[in-house]
Design a protein around this ligand. Structure first.
Ligand SMILES: *[C@@H]1O[C@H](CO)[C@@H](O)[C@H](O)[C@H]1NC(C)=O
Ligand SMILES: *[C@@H]1O[C@H](CO)[C@@H](O)[C@H](O)[C@H]1NC(C)=O
Length: 232
């Protein structure tokens, strides 16, 4: 059997530069060293090219281990995004996995990257709408007839943007200067300027207590046939 050693070595070298995971001890520095300049450039320039380059870096590291990107995000975010560590942790927890999943499935350099960077904050222009053909299971009816109304009325519950905050802490600072207040942050003052009330605060997200009370109250005023939940 003839083995082409040279090509095996070449492909091993190529493979190792692309996919080799670093030794655990060097892993953290390796990931941070790789992502930090990409993230910094994207945040500094807010340019489409820098954003797409950062996504390519995120995808490369995510394919090795998604957790490394999440921990690098937590580590780099406070300085880059100028947010408190707790806010950064929350952002990484809320958006990190969704972003990583999208990036892994995306073909970054083919245009998906620009689309993601557009959704992330209009860092790239909106890609042009492409034309395509959509096939419906059935053709459009020639003479559509609307069903006749039964005359029976039903109650429909529409909940929108209810922003339940499981971390809402009564008594905490309601005007904290962060995107989300009324939580126990490590840097919270001992005496709040305005203490979060147990039923909520105008400037904060909704406490669980208020949400539960709302849900208990609804059946007293409506026989809900179905509910629609929109917003976040
Ligand atoms: C991914 O990284 C995390 C945190 O460093 C580690 O606990 C986990 O075992 C790693 N997973 C794989 C598949 O290497
Ligand atoms: C819900 O329907 C029941 C049975 O028809 C009725 O007794 C009740 O008053 C209704 N509740 C409301 C809030 O409309």
């Amino acid at each position: 059997m003839k083995i082409n050693t040279q090509s095996i070595i070449l492909s091993l070298v190529a493979a190792s530069t692309v996919i080799a995971a670093p030794a655990p001890i060097q892993k953290r520095n390796w990931v941070v060293d790789k992502l930090k300049p990409l993230f910094s450039e994207a945040v500094k320039t807010l340019s489409c090219t820098a954003c797409v380059a950062a996504l390519i870096g995120v995808k490369e590291v995510s394919l090795l281990n998604k957790n490394w990107v999440l921990s690098a995000g937590r580590e780099l975010c406070p300085a880059l995004a100028k947010q408190a560590p707790e806010v950064c942790d929350g952002m990484v927890e809320l958006y990190g996995n969704a972003l990583i999943e999208s990036v892994i499935k995306a073909d970054i350099s083919s245009g998906d990257g620009k689309l993601i960077c557009h959704s992330l904050g209009s860092l790239c222009p909106a890609p042009a709408v492409t034309s395509g053909t959509l096939t419906f299971p059935k053709p459009k009816p020639a003479k559509p007839v609307a069903p006749t109304a039964s005359g029976q009325l039903i109650d429909v519950l529409h909940l929108s943007d209810w922003h339940v905050d499981e971390l809402y802490a009564p008594g905490s600072e309601a005007v904290c200067g962060k995107p989300t207040c009324c939580r126990k942050f490590t840097d919270s003052p001992t005496t709040p300027q305005r203490a979060a009330s147990s039923w909520g605060d105008y400037g904060c997200d909704t406490p669980v207590k208020l949400t539960q009370d709302l849900l208990k109250y609804i059946p007293k005023v409506a026989n809900v046939s179905f509910a629609v939940m929109t917003g976040d």
